[in-house]
Design a protein around this ligand. Structure first.
Ligand code: MG
Length: 281
């Protein structure tokens, strides 16, 4: 099942699609978090109205209840390019994963602009990532049990201001500016994929292929992430985990190429869809 948040006549509504084509409204659920807490649906209700052509697709969780939990440097090739950009900020041995978070007052959906924050950002960058959405709350869960706590998957663009990320001791500020977490186009339920999912993941900038990998190349896998974090921190329903980005970000290019106003960033994960956003002025 594929789950969407739509805006229709200024009102947000949850919708689902069994075939990826027709979207049906689910008025029993006030928002996506309520649908996630309920465990989703197994089939489209017979009386569900079809969404009309005026519906706008928003981020599936437009306002997450908590910060997005993120993995840093979680693909080997991205570790190499990051250390090349800044050995001080990204180099060295890492026996344990980097966890950080993104504040997300609201997430842009497909087609919504990415604010450039040009007055304080001189090195705007993209990071296409597989987003894991937690369903049943996870506390002290083993990796063997982790899959049962995943509601589904989405695409997250972990937009980053490299100058702010490396200037401050923590990445939090440089990752958390308004509009820095585009998400979408939908959440695909976990039962549609093997666990953990091995999906081709790509990012293009103005049509040029920049990132091209698969989601089974994570250094710390999804079951390991859930096991490790849940030993001390309950992952509640609706938690979004951004699992890290593959090689090919702008700071990894020689010379680095950062985003500028008007650039079109196209994140794609096969089986989930396309999340496309243009950088605003
Ligand atoms: Mg990232």
């Amino acid at each position: 099942m594929r789950y969407y948040t739509l805006q229709i006549d200024g009102k947000e509504q949850v919708a689902a699609s069994a075939d990826g084509q027709a979207l049906f409204l689910l008025p029993d659920f006030p928002d996506m978090n309520a649908l996630i807490e309920a465990g989703g649906i197994s089939e489209i209700p017979a009386d569900a109205p079809e969404a009309g052509p005026g519906a706008v697709v928003l981020a599936p969780i437009p306002r997450p209840r908590q910060d997005i939990l993120c993995l840093g440097i979680n693909y080997a090739a991205h570790a190499e390019e990051s250390a090349r950009f800044s050995q001080a900020a990204f180099g060295g041995d890492r026996p344990y994963p980097i966890f950080f978070s993104k504040r997300t007052a609201w997430c842009p959906g497909p087609g919504a602009p990415i604010p450039s924050h040009a007055d304080i950002v001189d090195s705007l960058d993209y990071e296409c990532e597989l987003g894991v959405v937690i369903g049943k709350a996870a506390s002290r869960v083993s990796r063997a049990e982790a899959g049962a706590h995943v509601f589904g998957y989405t695409i997250v663009n972990d937009v980053s201001a490299r100058n702010l990320q490396t200037r401050h001791k923590q990445w939090y500020f440089g990752k958390s500016l308004d509009g820095f977490t585009p998400m979408g186009p939908c959440i695909v339920s976990a039962d549609e994929f093997a666990f953990p999912p091995a999906l081709p993941i790509r990012c293009r900038v103005n049509g040029e292929l920049r990132q091209n990998s698969t989601t089974d190349l994570l250094i710390t896998s999804i079951p390991e992430i859930i096991e490790m974090v849940s030993q001390g921190m309950t992952l509640t329903a609706g938690t979004v985990i951004a699992t890290g980005t593959p090689a090919g970000v702008g700071m990894g290019m020689e010379p680095p190429q950062f985003l500028k106003a008007g650039d079109l960033v196209t994140c794609e994960i096969e089986g989930i869809g396309i999340l496309e956003n243009r950088v605003a002025d």
